[in-house]
Design a protein around this ligand. Structure first.
Ligand SMILES: Cc1cc2nc3c(=O)[nH]c(=O)nc-3n(C[C@H](O)[C@H](O)[C@H](O)COP(=O)(O)OP(=O)(O)OC[C@H]3O[C@@H](n4cnc5c(N)ncnc54)[C@H](O)[C@@H]3O)c2cc1C
Length: 390
Protein backbone atom coordinates (compact mmCIF):
# COMPACT_ATOMS: atom_id res chain seq x y z
CA UNK A 1 0.00 0.00 0.00
CA UNK A 2 1.57 3.29 -1.02
CA UNK A 3 1.04 6.43 1.04
CA UNK A 4 0.70 8.23 -2.31
CA UNK A 5 -2.99 7.30 -2.45
CA UNK A 6 -3.71 10.02 0.13
CA UNK A 7 -2.84 12.66 -2.44
CA UNK A 8 -3.64 10.77 -5.65
CA UNK A 9 -7.35 9.99 -5.78
CA UNK A 10 -7.19 8.46 -9.25
CA UNK A 11 -4.43 6.04 -8.24
CA UNK A 12 -6.47 5.12 -5.14
CA UNK A 13 -9.57 4.44 -7.22
CA UNK A 14 -7.66 2.35 -9.78
CA UNK A 15 -5.91 0.21 -7.16
CA UNK A 16 -9.10 -0.21 -5.12
CA UNK A 17 -11.07 -1.27 -8.19
CA UNK A 18 -8.46 -3.89 -8.99
CA UNK A 19 -8.51 -5.20 -5.42
CA UNK A 20 -12.32 -5.40 -5.36
CA UNK A 21 -12.42 -7.25 -8.69
CA UNK A 22 -10.72 -10.23 -7.02
CA UNK A 23 -12.40 -13.06 -5.13
CA UNK A 24 -11.24 -12.24 -1.62
CA UNK A 25 -14.50 -10.53 -0.66
CA UNK A 26 -16.82 -13.02 -2.41
CA UNK A 27 -18.39 -13.94 0.93
CA UNK A 28 -20.05 -10.50 1.08
CA UNK A 29 -21.46 -10.54 -2.47
CA UNK A 30 -25.16 -11.37 -2.87
CA UNK A 31 -25.28 -12.43 0.77
CA UNK A 32 -28.64 -12.23 2.55
CA UNK A 33 -29.05 -11.98 6.30
CA UNK A 34 -31.96 -13.11 8.41
CA UNK A 35 -31.42 -10.52 11.16
CA UNK A 36 -29.98 -7.01 11.50
CA UNK A 37 -27.60 -8.27 14.16
CA UNK A 38 -26.23 -10.90 11.78
CA UNK A 39 -25.81 -8.34 8.98
CA UNK A 40 -23.97 -5.80 11.15
CA UNK A 41 -21.66 -8.44 12.61
CA UNK A 42 -20.79 -9.84 9.17
CA UNK A 43 -20.35 -6.38 7.67
CA UNK A 44 -18.01 -5.53 10.56
CA UNK A 45 -15.80 -8.39 9.36
CA UNK A 46 -15.81 -6.78 5.91
CA UNK A 47 -14.53 -3.60 7.56
CA UNK A 48 -11.76 -5.69 9.08
CA UNK A 49 -10.75 -6.91 5.61
CA UNK A 50 -10.84 -3.39 4.17
CA UNK A 51 -8.89 -2.05 7.14
CA UNK A 52 -6.28 -4.77 6.82
CA UNK A 53 -5.61 -3.71 3.21
CA UNK A 54 -5.75 -0.02 4.23
CA UNK A 55 -8.67 0.67 1.87
CA UNK A 56 -11.19 2.13 4.31
CA UNK A 57 -8.49 4.08 6.17
CA UNK A 58 -8.10 6.59 3.36
CA UNK A 59 -10.17 9.71 3.90
CA UNK A 60 -9.54 9.63 7.67
CA UNK A 61 -6.72 11.42 9.50
CA UNK A 62 -3.68 9.45 10.63
CA UNK A 63 -4.30 10.48 14.25
CA UNK A 64 -7.67 8.67 14.13
CA UNK A 65 -6.34 5.47 12.57
CA UNK A 66 -6.60 6.62 8.96
CA UNK A 67 -4.03 7.03 6.22
CA UNK A 68 -4.86 10.60 5.20
CA UNK A 69 -6.82 11.95 2.27
CA UNK A 70 -10.26 13.51 2.53
CA UNK A 71 -13.99 12.93 2.09
CA UNK A 72 -13.52 12.18 -1.61
CA UNK A 73 -11.55 9.03 -0.73
CA UNK A 74 -14.49 7.82 1.34
CA UNK A 75 -16.87 8.66 -1.50
CA UNK A 76 -14.70 6.66 -3.91
CA UNK A 77 -14.66 3.69 -1.52
CA UNK A 78 -18.47 3.58 -1.35
CA UNK A 79 -18.76 4.00 -5.09
CA UNK A 80 -16.31 1.25 -5.90
CA UNK A 81 -17.77 -1.18 -3.36
CA UNK A 82 -21.20 -0.69 -4.96
CA UNK A 83 -19.80 -0.98 -8.48
CA UNK A 84 -18.16 -4.28 -7.49
CA UNK A 85 -21.51 -5.62 -6.23
CA UNK A 86 -20.46 -5.34 -2.59
CA UNK A 87 -22.40 -3.69 0.23
CA UNK A 88 -21.15 -0.60 1.97
CA UNK A 89 -20.56 -2.10 5.45
CA UNK A 90 -23.51 -1.07 7.63
CA UNK A 91 -21.34 0.40 10.46
CA UNK A 92 -19.93 2.92 7.96
CA UNK A 93 -23.31 4.74 7.96
CA UNK A 94 -22.91 5.98 11.50
CA UNK A 95 -19.14 6.24 11.18
CA UNK A 96 -19.80 8.89 8.53
CA UNK A 97 -22.12 10.78 10.89
CA UNK A 98 -20.31 10.41 14.20
CA UNK A 99 -16.65 10.12 13.18
CA UNK A 100 -16.08 13.67 11.85
CA UNK A 101 -17.47 15.57 14.90
CA UNK A 102 -15.48 13.31 17.23
CA UNK A 103 -12.30 14.03 15.27
CA UNK A 104 -12.99 17.76 15.28
CA UNK A 105 -14.27 18.26 18.83
CA UNK A 106 -12.74 15.34 20.79
CA UNK A 107 -9.47 14.33 19.09
CA UNK A 108 -8.35 12.25 22.08
CA UNK A 109 -11.52 10.12 21.91
CA UNK A 110 -11.12 9.82 18.14
CA UNK A 111 -7.53 8.59 18.56
CA UNK A 112 -8.61 6.11 21.22
CA UNK A 113 -11.64 4.57 19.52
CA UNK A 114 -11.86 5.31 15.81
CA UNK A 115 -9.09 2.88 14.76
CA UNK A 116 -11.11 0.06 16.30
CA UNK A 117 -14.29 1.36 14.62
CA UNK A 118 -12.55 1.43 11.23
CA UNK A 119 -11.40 -2.17 11.66
CA UNK A 120 -14.92 -3.28 12.57
CA UNK A 121 -14.11 -3.99 16.22
CA UNK A 122 -16.88 -1.67 17.41
CA UNK A 123 -19.65 0.58 16.13
CA UNK A 124 -21.58 3.49 17.58
CA UNK A 125 -25.13 4.75 17.83
CA UNK A 126 -26.46 8.31 17.65
CA UNK A 127 -28.61 9.18 20.67
CA UNK A 128 -30.42 12.38 19.72
CA UNK A 129 -34.17 11.72 19.43
CA UNK A 130 -36.43 11.29 22.44
CA UNK A 131 -40.12 10.41 22.72
CA UNK A 132 -41.04 14.12 22.97
CA UNK A 133 -38.13 15.51 20.96
CA UNK A 134 -37.66 14.60 17.30
CA UNK A 135 -38.17 17.46 14.86
CA UNK A 136 -37.94 19.85 17.80
CA UNK A 137 -34.62 18.45 19.00
CA UNK A 138 -33.82 21.50 21.16
CA UNK A 139 -36.60 20.44 23.54
CA UNK A 140 -34.82 17.22 24.55
CA UNK A 141 -34.80 16.34 28.24
CA UNK A 142 -32.24 13.57 28.82
CA UNK A 143 -30.23 15.17 31.59
CA UNK A 144 -26.48 15.13 32.39
CA UNK A 145 -25.64 16.57 35.80
CA UNK A 146 -22.03 17.43 36.63
CA UNK A 147 -20.66 15.61 39.68
CA UNK A 148 -16.93 16.19 40.20
CA UNK A 149 -15.05 14.66 37.26
CA UNK A 150 -18.18 12.90 36.00
CA UNK A 151 -21.62 13.50 34.59
CA UNK A 152 -24.64 11.58 35.82
CA UNK A 153 -27.09 10.79 33.01
CA UNK A 154 -30.82 10.22 33.47
CA UNK A 155 -33.44 9.98 30.75
CA UNK A 156 -34.35 8.21 27.55
CA UNK A 157 -33.45 8.12 23.87
CA UNK A 158 -35.50 6.49 21.14
CA UNK A 159 -35.13 5.43 17.49
CA UNK A 160 -31.39 4.87 17.94
CA UNK A 161 -30.19 3.11 14.78
CA UNK A 162 -28.09 0.03 15.62
CA UNK A 163 -28.53 1.08 19.25
CA UNK A 164 -29.14 -2.46 20.48
CA UNK A 165 -25.68 -3.66 19.43
CA UNK A 166 -23.62 -0.44 19.40
CA UNK A 167 -20.50 -0.36 21.58
CA UNK A 168 -20.76 3.37 22.23
CA UNK A 169 -23.54 5.95 22.10
CA UNK A 170 -22.93 9.54 21.10
CA UNK A 171 -25.66 11.40 22.96
CA UNK A 172 -27.00 14.92 22.93
CA UNK A 173 -27.95 15.70 26.52
CA UNK A 174 -29.19 18.61 28.55
CA UNK A 175 -26.59 20.16 30.84
CA UNK A 176 -28.35 23.53 31.13
CA UNK A 177 -31.69 24.45 32.66
CA UNK A 178 -34.87 22.77 31.35
CA UNK A 179 -35.77 25.97 29.46
CA UNK A 180 -32.31 26.53 27.97
CA UNK A 181 -33.25 24.83 24.65
CA UNK A 182 -30.30 24.60 22.25
CA UNK A 183 -28.02 26.73 24.48
CA UNK A 184 -28.07 24.15 27.29
CA UNK A 185 -27.04 21.04 25.37
CA UNK A 186 -23.81 19.02 25.37
CA UNK A 187 -22.56 16.05 23.36
CA UNK A 188 -21.15 13.11 25.27
CA UNK A 189 -19.94 9.61 24.45
CA UNK A 190 -21.33 6.82 26.63
CA UNK A 191 -20.08 3.24 26.63
CA UNK A 192 -23.18 1.13 26.09
CA UNK A 193 -22.11 -1.37 28.78
CA UNK A 194 -21.92 1.26 31.54
CA UNK A 195 -24.05 0.27 34.55
CA UNK A 196 -27.46 1.96 34.37
CA UNK A 197 -27.72 1.85 30.56
CA UNK A 198 -30.48 -0.44 29.32
CA UNK A 199 -31.52 -1.04 25.74
CA UNK A 200 -34.72 -2.32 24.23
CA UNK A 201 -34.68 -3.18 20.50
CA UNK A 202 -37.51 -1.77 18.38
CA UNK A 203 -38.74 -4.08 15.64
CA UNK A 204 -39.53 -2.41 12.34
CA UNK A 205 -42.56 -3.44 10.30
CA UNK A 206 -40.18 -5.79 8.43
CA UNK A 207 -39.34 -7.51 11.71
CA UNK A 208 -35.75 -6.22 11.72
CA UNK A 209 -34.37 -4.91 15.03
CA UNK A 210 -32.81 -1.90 13.34
CA UNK A 211 -33.57 0.63 16.08
CA UNK A 212 -33.59 0.73 19.87
CA UNK A 213 -34.83 2.62 22.88
CA UNK A 214 -32.08 3.49 25.34
CA UNK A 215 -32.66 4.23 29.02
CA UNK A 216 -30.16 5.99 31.31
CA UNK A 217 -30.60 5.51 35.04
CA UNK A 218 -27.93 7.26 37.13
CA UNK A 219 -25.28 6.50 34.53
CA UNK A 220 -21.81 7.76 35.50
CA UNK A 221 -19.84 9.08 32.52
CA UNK A 222 -16.40 10.70 32.87
CA UNK A 223 -16.36 14.38 31.88
CA UNK A 224 -13.44 13.49 29.58
CA UNK A 225 -16.09 11.88 27.33
CA UNK A 226 -17.52 15.25 26.32
CA UNK A 227 -17.39 15.90 22.57
CA UNK A 228 -16.76 19.64 22.57
CA UNK A 229 -17.23 21.82 25.63
CA UNK A 230 -20.17 21.71 28.02
CA UNK A 231 -22.95 23.78 26.41
CA UNK A 232 -21.46 23.41 22.92
CA UNK A 233 -23.66 20.43 21.99
CA UNK A 234 -25.81 22.28 19.47
CA UNK A 235 -22.75 23.51 17.53
CA UNK A 236 -21.35 19.95 17.50
CA UNK A 237 -24.73 18.65 16.30
CA UNK A 238 -24.83 21.22 13.48
CA UNK A 239 -21.30 20.24 12.44
CA UNK A 240 -22.38 16.58 12.51
CA UNK A 241 -25.48 17.32 10.41
CA UNK A 242 -23.29 18.32 7.46
CA UNK A 243 -21.97 14.77 7.33
CA UNK A 244 -25.31 13.17 8.05
CA UNK A 245 -26.78 15.03 5.07
CA UNK A 246 -23.82 14.94 2.68
CA UNK A 247 -21.85 11.71 3.16
CA UNK A 248 -24.91 9.69 4.10
CA UNK A 249 -26.64 10.77 0.87
CA UNK A 250 -23.62 9.82 -1.23
CA UNK A 251 -23.20 6.47 0.48
CA UNK A 252 -26.93 5.69 0.17
CA UNK A 253 -26.95 6.72 -3.50
CA UNK A 254 -24.11 4.27 -4.15
CA UNK A 255 -26.10 1.50 -2.44
CA UNK A 256 -29.29 2.41 -4.31
CA UNK A 257 -27.45 2.34 -7.66
CA UNK A 258 -26.18 -1.16 -6.86
CA UNK A 259 -29.66 -2.33 -5.96
CA UNK A 260 -31.15 -0.85 -9.16
CA UNK A 261 -28.53 -2.73 -11.20
CA UNK A 262 -29.32 -5.95 -9.31
CA UNK A 263 -33.05 -5.46 -9.86
CA UNK A 264 -32.52 -4.90 -13.60
CA UNK A 265 -30.30 -7.99 -13.83
CA UNK A 266 -32.91 -10.14 -12.11
CA UNK A 267 -35.80 -8.80 -14.17
CA UNK A 268 -33.70 -8.98 -17.35
CA UNK A 269 -33.11 -12.70 -16.96
CA UNK A 270 -36.83 -13.28 -16.32
CA UNK A 271 -37.67 -11.34 -19.49
CA UNK A 272 -35.24 -13.55 -21.42
CA UNK A 273 -37.23 -16.53 -20.16
CA UNK A 274 -40.41 -15.01 -21.60
CA UNK A 275 -41.83 -12.92 -18.74
CA UNK A 276 -43.73 -9.81 -19.86
CA UNK A 277 -43.18 -6.63 -17.89
CA UNK A 278 -45.82 -4.00 -17.07
CA UNK A 279 -46.11 -1.44 -19.93
CA UNK A 280 -44.50 1.40 -17.96
CA UNK A 281 -41.61 -0.69 -16.62
CA UNK A 282 -38.85 0.72 -18.82
CA UNK A 283 -39.98 4.30 -18.29
CA UNK A 284 -39.98 3.79 -14.52
CA UNK A 285 -36.54 2.16 -14.55
CA UNK A 286 -35.29 5.13 -16.58
CA UNK A 287 -36.93 7.59 -14.20
CA UNK A 288 -35.38 5.86 -11.22
CA UNK A 289 -31.95 5.91 -12.86
CA UNK A 290 -32.35 9.62 -13.70
CA UNK A 291 -33.25 10.38 -10.08
CA UNK A 292 -30.13 8.62 -8.87
CA UNK A 293 -27.96 10.44 -11.41
CA UNK A 294 -29.41 13.78 -10.28
CA UNK A 295 -28.82 12.86 -6.65
CA UNK A 296 -25.23 11.84 -7.33
CA UNK A 297 -24.51 15.03 -9.28
CA UNK A 298 -25.86 17.11 -6.45
CA UNK A 299 -24.20 15.01 -3.76
CA UNK A 300 -20.80 15.06 -5.52
CA UNK A 301 -20.80 18.85 -5.29
CA UNK A 302 -21.61 18.64 -1.57
CA UNK A 303 -18.85 16.08 -0.93
CA UNK A 304 -16.37 18.31 -2.79
CA UNK A 305 -17.34 21.21 -0.54
CA UNK A 306 -16.69 19.15 2.58
CA UNK A 307 -13.35 17.99 1.16
CA UNK A 308 -12.39 21.62 0.52
CA UNK A 309 -13.11 22.42 4.18
CA UNK A 310 -16.14 24.56 3.34
CA UNK A 311 -19.18 24.59 5.57
CA UNK A 312 -22.17 22.78 4.14
CA UNK A 313 -25.20 24.71 5.25
CA UNK A 314 -28.98 24.40 4.88
CA UNK A 315 -28.63 23.73 1.15
CA UNK A 316 -27.73 20.11 2.04
CA UNK A 317 -31.45 19.61 2.68
CA UNK A 318 -31.74 19.37 -1.13
CA UNK A 319 -29.54 16.24 -1.03
CA UNK A 320 -31.73 14.80 1.72
CA UNK A 321 -34.98 15.44 -0.18
CA UNK A 322 -33.54 13.98 -3.43
CA UNK A 323 -32.33 10.89 -1.58
CA UNK A 324 -35.67 10.20 0.06
CA UNK A 325 -37.53 10.60 -3.24
CA UNK A 326 -35.09 8.35 -5.13
CA UNK A 327 -35.12 5.61 -2.48
CA UNK A 328 -38.90 5.49 -2.36
CA UNK A 329 -39.06 5.36 -6.19
CA UNK A 330 -36.50 2.53 -6.31
CA UNK A 331 -38.15 0.31 -3.74
CA UNK A 332 -41.66 0.94 -5.11
CA UNK A 333 -40.24 -0.11 -8.47
CA UNK A 334 -38.83 -3.32 -6.97
CA UNK A 335 -42.23 -4.10 -5.43
CA UNK A 336 -44.02 -3.60 -8.75
CA UNK A 337 -41.49 -5.37 -10.97
CA UNK A 338 -40.91 -8.38 -8.73
CA UNK A 339 -44.67 -8.92 -8.61
CA UNK A 340 -45.92 -11.87 -6.54
CA UNK A 341 -42.33 -12.84 -5.70
CA UNK A 342 -41.99 -9.58 -3.81
CA UNK A 343 -44.87 -10.57 -1.57
CA UNK A 344 -44.56 -14.31 -1.31
CA UNK A 345 -41.17 -15.71 -2.37
CA UNK A 346 -39.63 -17.46 0.67
CA UNK A 347 -36.07 -16.60 -0.38
CA UNK A 348 -33.39 -14.46 1.26
CA UNK A 349 -33.30 -12.24 -1.84
CA UNK A 350 -37.05 -11.51 -1.68
CA UNK A 351 -36.79 -10.96 2.07
CA UNK A 352 -34.12 -8.34 1.46
CA UNK A 353 -36.26 -6.48 -1.10
CA UNK A 354 -39.23 -6.56 1.29
CA UNK A 355 -37.11 -5.31 4.21
CA UNK A 356 -35.67 -2.51 2.11
CA UNK A 357 -39.11 -1.52 0.85
CA UNK A 358 -40.34 -1.24 4.43
CA UNK A 359 -37.25 0.71 5.47
CA UNK A 360 -37.62 3.12 2.54
CA UNK A 361 -40.99 4.18 4.01
CA UNK A 362 -38.95 5.96 6.69
CA UNK A 363 -36.78 7.84 4.16
CA UNK A 364 -38.89 10.96 4.62
CA UNK A 365 -38.64 10.75 8.42
CA UNK A 366 -35.16 9.66 9.54
CA UNK A 367 -32.46 12.30 9.94
CA UNK A 368 -35.10 15.07 9.85
CA UNK A 369 -38.47 14.74 8.16
CA UNK A 370 -39.23 15.89 4.60
CA UNK A 371 -41.50 18.62 5.96
CA UNK A 372 -38.66 19.96 8.09
CA UNK A 373 -36.22 19.81 5.14
CA UNK A 374 -38.61 21.76 2.94
CA UNK A 375 -39.12 24.33 5.67
CA UNK A 376 -35.33 24.75 6.00
CA UNK A 377 -35.07 25.25 2.24
CA UNK A 378 -37.96 27.71 2.19
CA UNK A 379 -36.65 29.75 5.13
CA UNK A 380 -32.86 29.59 4.79
CA UNK A 381 -32.13 28.92 1.11
CA UNK A 382 -35.01 30.47 -0.82
CA UNK A 383 -35.76 33.14 1.78
CA UNK A 384 -39.50 32.79 1.27
CA UNK A 385 -41.75 34.92 3.46
CA UNK A 386 -42.94 33.22 6.65
CA UNK A 387 -46.43 31.79 6.60
CA UNK A 388 -48.89 34.24 8.10
CA UNK A 389 -50.28 33.05 11.43
CA UNK A 390 -53.86 31.90 11.05
C1 LIG B 1 -35.50 4.44 10.47
C2 LIG B 1 -35.21 5.55 11.43
C3 LIG B 1 -33.93 5.68 11.95
C4 LIG B 1 -33.65 6.67 12.89
N1 LIG B 1 -32.40 6.72 13.46
C5 LIG B 1 -32.16 7.64 14.44
C6 LIG B 1 -30.90 7.63 15.13
O1 LIG B 1 -30.00 6.83 14.84
N2 LIG B 1 -30.72 8.53 16.12
C7 LIG B 1 -31.68 9.44 16.47
O2 LIG B 1 -31.44 10.23 17.36
N3 LIG B 1 -32.89 9.45 15.84
C8 LIG B 1 -33.14 8.58 14.84
N4 LIG B 1 -34.35 8.57 14.21
C9 LIG B 1 -35.39 9.50 14.64
C10 LIG B 1 -35.66 10.62 13.64
O3 LIG B 1 -34.61 11.54 13.63
C11 LIG B 1 -37.01 11.25 14.02
O4 LIG B 1 -37.99 10.27 13.81
C12 LIG B 1 -37.31 12.47 13.19
O5 LIG B 1 -36.43 13.52 13.50
C13 LIG B 1 -38.77 12.94 13.41
O6 LIG B 1 -39.03 13.09 14.76
P1 LIG B 1 -40.30 12.38 15.43
O7 LIG B 1 -40.31 10.95 15.05
O8 LIG B 1 -40.30 12.73 16.87
O9 LIG B 1 -41.56 13.04 14.71
P2 LIG B 1 -42.22 14.44 15.05
O10 LIG B 1 -41.16 15.47 15.24
O11 LIG B 1 -43.20 14.25 16.15
O12 LIG B 1 -42.98 14.74 13.70
C14 LIG B 1 -44.21 14.09 13.37
C15 LIG B 1 -44.70 14.68 12.05
O13 LIG B 1 -44.94 16.09 12.21
C16 LIG B 1 -44.20 16.83 11.25
N5 LIG B 1 -43.69 18.07 11.87
C17 LIG B 1 -43.11 18.18 13.09
N6 LIG B 1 -42.73 19.46 13.30
C18 LIG B 1 -43.08 20.14 12.18
C19 LIG B 1 -42.93 21.52 11.78
N7 LIG B 1 -42.36 22.42 12.59
N8 LIG B 1 -43.39 21.87 10.54
C20 LIG B 1 -43.97 20.96 9.71
N9 LIG B 1 -44.13 19.63 10.04
C21 LIG B 1 -43.69 19.24 11.27
C22 LIG B 1 -43.05 15.94 10.85
O14 LIG B 1 -42.59 16.26 9.53
C23 LIG B 1 -43.69 14.56 10.91
O15 LIG B 1 -44.39 14.31 9.71
C24 LIG B 1 -34.66 7.59 13.26
C25 LIG B 1 -35.94 7.48 12.70
C26 LIG B 1 -36.22 6.48 11.81
C27 LIG B 1 -37.61 6.38 11.25
Amino acid sequence: MTGGFATDLTAYRTALREYLSGDELGDWRSRHYSTTEERIAHHALLMGELYHGGWNRYGWPVEAGGLGGDERHRAVLYDELAAAGLPVPTPHLLLETLGPPTIRFAPALAAEYLPNYLRGGEWWGQGFSEPEAGSDLASLRCRARRDGDNYILDGQKIWTSHGATATRLVCLVRTGSPESRHRGLSMIMVDADTPGVSRRPISLASGANELAEIFFDNVVVPASRLIGEEGQGWAVAMYLLQYERAMYAWLSAAEASRRLRELCAQIGSEVEEGRRLPGDALARIGDCHAQLVALRARSAATVRKLAAGETVGPEASVDKVLLATAEIALYDLSRDLLGPDFLFAPTGAADEWRGEWWYSRSATILGGSAEIQRTILADHVLGLPKEAAR
